[in-house]
Ligand binder design. Structure first.
Ligand code: UD1
Ligand code: MG
Length: 456
């Protein structure tokens, strides 16, 4: 494949999304639509990626400035007069560029790398001025239709709103992805807004280039899912379902059980080890790695976390955590960012952890809050124990040494350090450090008093 540059059209308002958020910032499987396109294109190593921004430019620009992708240039389309008008904004960057120009829509996220490289190669091989990526779809409503001549050569593209009854029957649609040579700029200057929407359509360049005696070419993909555009919430939700179903199938094939495939959500990027079992009601979001033989029971929500093999999660919410082997979480635990639960740890019923490193074999089984803490190995935290980590201004740390036994309903007023093998009596409010090997009782003594006569 010879050199190419990409132009991603992402300035449209996205009216049909009915949202103040720019369409390309809506997330598909946790990742903004624009990022799907940018990731796929950049994997082909283009010379430049020019992104055309307009509506909601600040939000998109801020997002793009944070992602780690090379060669991104942003151009602005202040008023949105159509897809051709959007491409014109890239002319100042690419005018003297001699390679191919790949144009993509920011709202067609599932396009495959291999299909893009076929489109570019077809175009460079045929030495034509425009290659259009097309697909035969079941429901062509809303798409531009591909009009071919008798000899099967591409003649023009007609938009839904401009199509007559016969043209609307055509199921071969324009994907909104094209590969041009440098004649693009000349063709663009000839586009007129003579259509139902009074916009400058990039699709009109096909007929214009033909009239200039240039060649137009079709590359057809067999997979209609990869060219589906996202214009409204229904299409967004259909794309989610498509991705999720594909992922679940992949997992089933690789030796993972999913008990009810219609009642789970698993992100496209989740990595789950063999022999794990996923019960109904489980949500696995982005950046999740789960080891072998894990059991995930509903309703659980797991995102941005790593869980090692043999662990069980039931009815719990896990975000930003690192979990070791054979750990038991739940039912009803909240494992918050910065939690590190080492091998064999148990965090049970209605317990919450945050920025807490809990070493192996320790237990936090009932109704506890362990925040900003370091808990040693083989520690038992009794029911209702709380780390009082916040003084209203700053957060403070609780350190508990290995083999300590914490009775029920204990408060640790941080900063505080409890040594190893300490026994803390139930109901204690511990305010000072405790050395290793001691028993500490920090509660008021029970008193036995006589009843007054008038009290029953
Ligand atoms: C477009 C195509 C249609 C194709 C479909 C595939 C045109 C005229 N039609 O229709 O043939 O079947 O995509 O999904 O191109 N944009 C701008 N500035 C604008 C207008 C649009 O940047 O002034 C961007 C949008 O952000 C979007 C892309 O261009 O990423 C396509 O625009 P959209 O309004 O979604 O066009 P469709 O109706 O989907
Ligand atoms: Mg669209």
């Amino acid at each position: 494949m010879k050199n190419f540059s990409a132009v991603i059209l992402a300035a449209g308002v996205g009216t049909r999304m009915k949202s103040p958020l720019p369409k390309v910032m809506h997330k598909l499987s946790g990742k903004p639509l624009i990022k799907w396109v940018v990731d796929t294109v950049s994997s082909l190593k283009p010379d430049n990626i020019v992104v055309v921004l307009g509506y909601g430019v600040q939000k998109v620009e801020e997002y793009l400035s944070k992602i780690d992708v090379k060669n991104i240039r942003i151009v602005y389309q202040k008023e949105q007069h159509g897809s051709a008008h959007a491409v014109m904004q890239a002319e100042k960057v690419l005018k003297n560029y001699s390679g191919s120009i790949l144009i993509l829509s920011g709202d067609v996220p599932l396009i495959k790398k291999s299909t893009l490289s076929s489109l570019i190669k077809d175009n460079q091989k045929a030495n034509c001025s425009v290659g259009v990526l097309a697909a035969e779809v079941v429901n062509p409503f809303g798409y531009g239709r591909i009009i071919k001549k008798d000899n099967n050569s591409l003649e023009k593209i007609v938009e839904e709103k401009d199509a007559d009854i016969a043209q609307k029957q055509i199921r071969l649609i324009n994907s909104g992805i094209y590969c041009f040579d440098k004649n693009l700029w000349k063709a663009l200057s000839k586009v007129k807004p003579n259509n139902a929407k009074k916009e400058y359509y990039i699709t009109d360049t096909v007929a214009i280039l033909k009239s200039m005696g240039k060649t137009a070419y079709l590359t057809i993909t067999e997979d209609e899912n990869e060219v589906k555009g996202i214009n409204n919430r229904i299409e967004l939700s259909q794309a989610e379902t498509f991705l999720k179903d594909k992922k679940v199938e992949e997992l089933l094939e690789s030796g993972i059980s999913v008990i009810d495939t219609n009642n789970v959500y698993i992100s496209y990027d989740a990595k789950i080890g063999k022999d794990s079992i996923i019960y109904p009601g489980v949500f696995v979001g982005t950046d999740v790695v789960i080891g072998q033989g894990c059991v995930l029971k509903g309703s659980s929500y797991i995102v941005d976390s790593k869980i090692d093999s043999g662990s069980t999660v039931s009815y719990s919410y896990i975000n930003g955590a690192i979990v070791g082997k054979n750990v038991k979480i739940g039912p009803f635990s909240h494992i918050r960012p910065g939690s590190v639960l080492k091998d064999n740890v148990k965090v049970g019923n209605f317990s919450e952890t945050k920025k807490a490193v809990i070493a192996k074999d320790s237990k936090v089984n009932h109704l506890s809050y362990i925040g900003d803490a370091e808990i040693g190995e083989n520690v038992n935290i009794g029911a209702g124990t709380i780390t009082c980590n916040y003084d209203g201004v700053n957060k403070h740390k609780t350190i508990i040494g290995s083999k300590s036994f914490i009775g029920s309903n204990v408060n640790f007023v941080a900063p505080i350090k409890i040594g190893e093998n300490v026994l803390v009596a139930a109901g204690s409010t511990v305010t000072h450090d405790v050395p290793s090997g001691k028993l500490i009782i920090a509660r008021s003594r029970q008193e036995l008093k006589h009843k007054r006569n008038n009290v029953k």
